[in-house]
Design a protein around this ligand. Sequence first.
Ligand code: C2E
Ligand code: MG
Ligand code: MG
Ligand code: MG
Length: 288
Amino acid sequence: EAKRSGRNRSRYFLPAMHRQVEERVMIQQGISTAIAENQLYIEYQPIVHMKKKRVVGAEALLRWHHPKRGRLGPETFIPIIEESDQIGALTVWIIETVAAELRQLPSQKEPSKLSINISSAILNKPELAQQVNDALLRVDAPDHRICLEITETSLMKDIDNTLPLLLRWKDAGYSIWIDDFGTGYSSLSYLARLPIDGVKIDRSFIRDFDNSKPVIEAIIALADTMNLLTVSEGVEQAEQQQSLLRLGCDFAQGYLYSEPLSISLLTDKLEQQLLRESRQTLKFKPRS
Ligand code: C2E
Ligand code: MG
Ligand code: MG
Ligand code: MG
């Protein structure tokens, strides 16, 4: 009996394990082809200035159009890529692509910024950090319009090695934001020493707004005293927007404003905004 159930177990267990191994191999072997054959693309989720009610930038979110599997989201493949050094080449591709697409956006008085997620796997490996550093210096982002998002957890994992990198990138003109803020364990003494522009309040707090309100309030107050800006992630409801405005949050991102968009849809959106704003200044100009 035991023997039979053992055999049964392996009959179900092994194929599942096998599939996971196959999946890893498929992803790790496929990524360089994906880069070479344009299977990867970036969608941009608008970031909105809460008081001005206008789009001021967007976050670059990676997608993979896999020839056999269809559209893959970053959470299905980035963790697997992060296990190998390929995350370096992938991040270089993202930096180059974002820098090129940034130049396609309409020019305006207050130009939009684009944000790139930098994985902890890069910060923790000197060769990968160097590779990414070289790309960041090489692309020479126009007018310092690229922000780097680094999760709180990855930042605190190895702060002694990360801090010099951040200082270099800040010095080169990049803005630096702490991503998913509130989910890690930042030491307040470190926060003050980091060359950061602001924090992104993690979506989990916004989702559970009523219970998390004291935490959100504390983060915004802390950011305020430290002269940091705040972005709220995952804003889906008008009531969340109202409360966040009252609490003094600077920027917001979420389905309430827009889902992630292709670069051409983002461009359209920014052009429409420009048009609307120029019409408005015309309307309010006193007649002579
Ligand atoms: P993240 O940096 O916190 O990015 C925000 C994620 O929240 C995105 O998911 C976005 O589509 C989703 N989101 C935005 N607004 C809402 C909302 O109102 N409601 C809900 N439920 N979700 C919303 P996505 O694109 O699946 O990305 C997931 C994570 O994958 C990102 O989290 C980021 O950590 C990682 N990621 C994405 N692109 C890259 C990349 O190019 N490089 C690296 N290293 N990581 C990336
Ligand atoms: Mg992010
Ligand atoms: Mg985030
Ligand atoms: Mg998040």
